[in-house]
Design a binder for this molecule. Sequence first.
Ligand code: 13P
Length: 251
Amino acid sequence: MARTRRPMIAGNWKMNGLRADALALAKGVADGVKQAGWRDREVLVCPPATLVMAVADAVKGSGVLVGGEDCHAEASGAHTGDISAEMLRDAGAGHVIVGHSERRTDHGETDAVVRAKAEAAWRAGLLPIVCIGETLAEREAGKTLGVLEAQLRGSVPSGATAAKLVVAYEPVWAIGTGKTPTTAEVAAAHAHIRKVLGGLVSDAAAVRLLYGGSVKGSNAAELLAAGDVDGALVGGASLKADEFLAIAKAA
Ligand code: 13P
């Protein structure tokens, strides 16, 4: 079954990138991916909404996939400043990250909101990457697996299948800190996630589970080799083409 899970290396650019730098970055990634000619892994970049269209154009024909960083649950309407899944699709995206911990914290997004956004992604024909992860306090209190289970149950819409869902495990305390869980801790979290998905998704064994949090070229091979890890969701290190490509190579 593991062979059916094609590794995905996804870059989350967050609120970074003006056109000149971003297009150079997109082109650098596209050139590297084209040159490598990988058929056994997927490389996805998720730029800020302002750049989705330009990045989608810049990577055309390279095999690099493009996604949004967030979407609203509604298709359109009076939601000033928001972007719908349909708009992302129209701009050239095929994927969208939902429920990133920065959205959950900065914008008070609950599991129910994240679930509605994942459903919106389906409605628009996008593949949602649903993010979950415990805080440091939760980990230290021994609550990690329970937190992940509750977030999954609340955030994954019913009707999910491996073709319609990617899950990213991102411990909040590992994001942007240079700290990472041990491979045993990552494997334990991912095994639990897959077990919980067993009750939510008909083909849970085929769902791709990404690890995110301080992934870089130098630790990617180790983290990606942990049990039940099918790729990475990369923040800071996705802003440099060489570093991001090194992670993709390690997959
Ligand atoms: P860093 O790779 O910068 O730790 O960010 C991880 C992340 O939040 C990806 O979504």
